[in-house]
Design a binder for this molecule. Structure first.
Ligand SMILES: *Cc1c(COP(=O)(O)O)cnc(C)c1O
Length: 430
C-alpha cells in the first residue's frame, strides 16, 4: 500500500480508506475462527472501511452505523480531525511511559477538569481498568481515611462495569459471573433507581468492622438495557452520601463524554459524583480510560497505581482532538437535537407496533427500544434484520435494541435509520 503524505491525508481523509479497500484480501471467516478465541457471538460480516456514519464490509456492502463501535466512535469514521491528531502525534512521539512527564496527558487532564467537576485525573486504557482504579482508590480511602477494615461497595442489579474479575463481580448480572468464581469479595447489589433498597442495604451491611464505603452506579445503565437514572433517586443518594461519608462513584464509561448531549451523564441528574470514570467515546475509538476524582485525590501516592500504556501521547492527542472537535462543531447540541429527533421517530415506530414494544427511552444519542417480555422476538432478531437492511444496531440485553450513532450524525441519517428499522420490523413481524 502506497504511503500518503499527512497534508494530503488531512485534506482528503477518504484516501486512506479507499486505498485500504483496494488492498484488502477477501475475508475468510473459517480461517479467522481457527485462530481467534471464541469469546464473541459475532454477526457474520467483516467490516473493512468507514467514513462518517457509514461503514463498508469486505464484500463492498454499505451500512449506516448506529453502533459506532459500541458508543465509541464519537466523530464517526475517518474524521479529518482525528486523523490529523493521531497522525501528527505518531510522527512526533507516540509512547514513552509514565516514567516521564507527558505534556499531552497534562493538557487532556486539564481539559477534563475544566469541563467537569473533577480535580484530578488518572489515565488507563479501558473502562474496566478505569473502574478497577476507582475501587482501588475507594478501598485505600476507606482503610486510611475512614478507618473501615472491611469496605463494601454497593452496585446495582442489571448494571455493567466490565470484564475483569473485580468488574464482573461489580456487575450485578449473574450471566457475566457464571463459572468464574471465586469472585472478588467486597461487593453487594441493590436494585437500580430504588432509594429504600439503598437505605436497607446500608443498615444491613454496617456491622462490626464491615461498612459501606461507596456506591458505584451508571448514570444511565447502558448494556443493562438503556435505563436512565431517576433524578430524584440520584439526588437522594447524593444526600445520603453527604451525610454518611459514603463515596458516590459514577461509571460514565458509556455515556461520558458527550453522548447524552452533555459532557457527562451526571449533568442530566443535577448532582456531582466524588469519583467517575470514562473510556468508550473519550478518544473516539483510540483505546483510553480515565479515572476522575473530586476530593481526596492525594490518597493515591507514587507507586500505588500504574499503567504502562495509560495516558500515552497517542491516546491523549486523540482524546484532545475529539474534545476540541466536539466543542468546535457543537456536537453536544447535535447530540441533543438528533437524539430528540431519533426518540420521536422511534416512539412513532413503537406506536405502530404496540404488540412488540413496551417503551422507547434514553438521553441524547443513547436510545433504546424495549421489546415486550412475553413475545418470542428478541433484540438479536431485530438487529439481524436491521443488518440485512443495511443498518448496524446493537442489543442491550435480550429485549432492548440500542441506538448509539456517532455524535456527528445528520438529520437525514436519523431519518434513514428510522426508515431502515421500519423495514427490518416489517421483515421480522411477519
Ligand atoms: C463498556 C463498559 C465498561 C467496560 O469497558 P471496557 O473498555 O470494555 O473495559 C464498563 N462500564 C460501562 C458502563 C460500560 O458501558
Amino acid at each position: 500500500m502506497k504511503l500518503v503524505s499527512l497534508d494530503t491525508l488531512v485534506k482528503n481523509p477518504s484516501i486512506s480508506s479507499e486505498s485500504a479497500a483496494v488492498a484488502s484480501a477477501p475475508f475468510d471467516q473459517a480461517d479467522f475462527d481457527t485462530h481467534v478465541m471464541t469469546t464473541y457471538g459475532r454477526f457474520p460480516i467483516a467490516l473493512d472501511r468507514g467514513e462518517g456514519c457509514r461503514v463498508w464490509d469486505t464484500e463492498g456492502r454499505e451500512y449506516l452505523d448506529f453502533v459506532a463501535g459500541i458508543a465509541t466512535c464519537t466523530l464517526g469514521h475517518a474524521h479529518p480531525a482525528l486523523i490529523e491528531a493521531v497522525t501528527r502525534q505518531l510522527q512526533k512521539l507516540h509512547h514513552v511511559s509514565n516514567l516521564y512527564y507527558i505534556p499531552e496527558q497534562g493538557e487532556l487532564a486539564k481539559w477534563i477538569i475544566e469541563h467537569s467537576c473533577a480535580d484530578r485525573v488518572f489515565f488507563c486504557n479501558s473502562g474496566a481498568e478505569a473502574n478497577e482504579g476507582a475501587i482501588k482508590l475507594t478501598r485505600k480511602y476507606a482503610h486510611t481515611v475512614l478507618d473501615i477494615e472491611k469496605p463494601v461497595v454497593l452496585t446495582a442489579t442489571s448494571s455493567f462495569h466490565g470484564r475483569t474479575l473485580a468488574m464482573i463481580t461489580a456487575t450485578g448480572q449473574p450471566k457475566y459471573q457464571k463459572n468464574f468464581d471465586p469472585l472478588v469479595p467486597g461487593f453487594q447489589y441493590v436494585p437500580y433507581n430504588d432509594i429504600r433498597a439503598v437505605e436497607h442495604a446500608i443498615s444491613d451491611i454496617d456491622e462490626g468492622d464491615q461498612r459501606v464505603a461507596a456506591i458505584m452506579l451508571e448514570p444511565l445503565q447502558g448494556e443493562g438495557g438503556v435505563r436512565p437514572g431517576d433524578i430524584k433517586y440520584f439526588q437522594q443518594l447524593r444526600k445520603i452520601c453527604d451525610e454518611t461519608g459514603i463515596l458516590l462513584i459514577l461509571d460514565e464509561v458509556q455515556v461520558g463524554m458527550g453522548r447524552t448531549g452533555k459532557f457527562w451523564g451526571y449533568e442530566n441528574l443535577g448532582i456531582e459524583p466524588d469519583i467517575f470514570t470514562s473510556a468508550k467515546g473519550l478518544a473516539g475509538g483510540i483505546p483510553i480510560g480515565a479515572l476522575m476524582c473530586k476530593k481526596f485525590c492525594d490518597v493515591f501516592q507514587p507507586g500505588d497505581h500504574a499503567s504502562t500504556f495509560g495516558g500515552n501521547p497517542l491516546a491523549c492527542a486523540a482524546a484532545l482532538g475529539v474534545a476540541q472537535t466536539v466543542e468546535r462543531e457543537n456536537l453536544l447540541q447535535n447530540a441533543r437535537e438528533r437524539g430528540e429527533q431519533l426518540q420521536t421517530r422511534l416512539k412513532a415506530i413503537a406506536e405502530k407496533y404496540p404488540h412488540l414494544f413496551t417503551e422507547v427511552r434514553g438521553w441524547g444519542l443513547i436510545q433504546g427500544m424495549e421489546l415486550k417480555a412475553d413475545i418470542e422476538l428478541t433484540s438479536i432478531d431485530v438487529v439481524k434484520a436491521a443488518i440485512a437492511q443495511g443498518l448496524l444496531l446493537v442489543p442491550a440485553g435480550p429485549k432492548v435494541i440500542r441506538l448509539v450513532p456517532p455524535l456527528i450524525v445528520s438529520p437525514e441519517e436519523v431519518d434513514q435509520a428510522a426508515q431502515l428499522i421500519e423495514q427490518a420490523l416489517a421483515a421480522v413481524a411477519t
